[in-house]
Design a protein around this ligand. Structure first.
Ligand code: ADP
Length: 247
């Protein structure tokens, strides 16, 4: 039996007189990779912001991991285990990659950030940080400054710092945007490895990435759910084709 980790019912968001999201319901099954796709202006980002509580819904409900989080503070939602990839601006450009990931690891452990740690503990943190960097294709770069990375590799670093928080549900906002092919491969390999042990919900424009990774896809158009299913199902749905053609 599949268990739903995230459930949205009838979510709506109104900006002035405009309904950016209009009655969206979706279910994400634990341990799966799900994508939210749709043409520009479909309401993907707004839905993402509603789910992570960065925006208050005008109406509707959200349940995460058995709990009603419809009005919960975003920081508490993150502590519950729903973690959104940080913006690049949240990484520290003048620190090394290892230091960036260590800060996230220490945050997860609930401690305030301290430079001083007993040696053994510090080595464990370094080992964990190096493993996370290797997971996102940044092995052997740990000593470099974050500011020296290309855009695509900064996105990979951002994902490593997010994973350091050991989320139950990882929300990725266009994880491969701005990446070259050489940067995309480690990220898709990583998301494939996470399947089962973690749940992933991503907004992604690159349809070949969506096809490769997604167990289920929710297609939004004009603020509403237009279709839902596997890639084979939604990609052959004439309503979906029409929505993309009209972009
Ligand atoms: P997508 O991510 O699918 O491109 P968005 O969720 O960003 O779509 O936007 C959906 C619609 O809501 C767009 O028409 C956008 O202009 C509008 N919108 C988004 N945020 C705001 C806002 N803060 N105020 C007014 N309109 C907004």
């Amino acid at each position: 039996m599949t268990e739903t980790i995230l459930q949205a019912r009838n979510l709506s968001k109104q900006f002035g007189g405009f309904k950016a999201v209009n009655g969206v319901s979706l279910d994400v099954a634990r341990g799966t990779v799900q994508a939210l796709i749709g043409p520009n202006g479909a309401g993907k980002t707004t839905t993402f912001n509603l789910l992570t509580r960065f925006l208050d819904a005008t109406s509707g409900t959200i349940r995460f991991d058995g709990k009603d989080i419809t009005r919960r503070h975003p920081a508490d939602v993150a502590m519950d285990g729903m973690v959104r990839s940080f913006q690049i601006s949240a990484t520290f450009p003048h620190l090394t990659l290892i230091e960036n990931v260590r800060i996230a690891l220490q945050r997860r452990e609930g401690g305030t950030f301290r430079f001083w740690r007993p040696i053994t503990r510090s080595e464990t943190l370094n080992d964990k940080a190096e493993k996370l960097l290797a997971d996102v294709g940044l092995a052997d770069r740990g000593g470099r400054l974050a500011s020296s990375l290309s855009y695509g590799r900064k996105r990979a670093l951002e994902i490593a710092t997010t994973l350091a928080l050991r989320p139950k549900l990882l929300l990725l906002d266009e994880p491969t945007s701005g990446m070259g092919i050489e940067d995309i491969a480690p990220i898709t390999a990583l998301i494939n490895r996470l399947r089962g042990s973690m749940t992933v919900l991503m907004v992604e424009h690159n349809l070949s990435v969506v096809a490769e990774l997604s167990d289920r896809i929710t297609v939004l158009a004009r603020g509403e759910v237009l279709a839902e299913g596997t890639y084979a199902e939604v990609s052959t749905n004439p309503d979906v084709t029409r929505a993309y053609m009209g972009e």
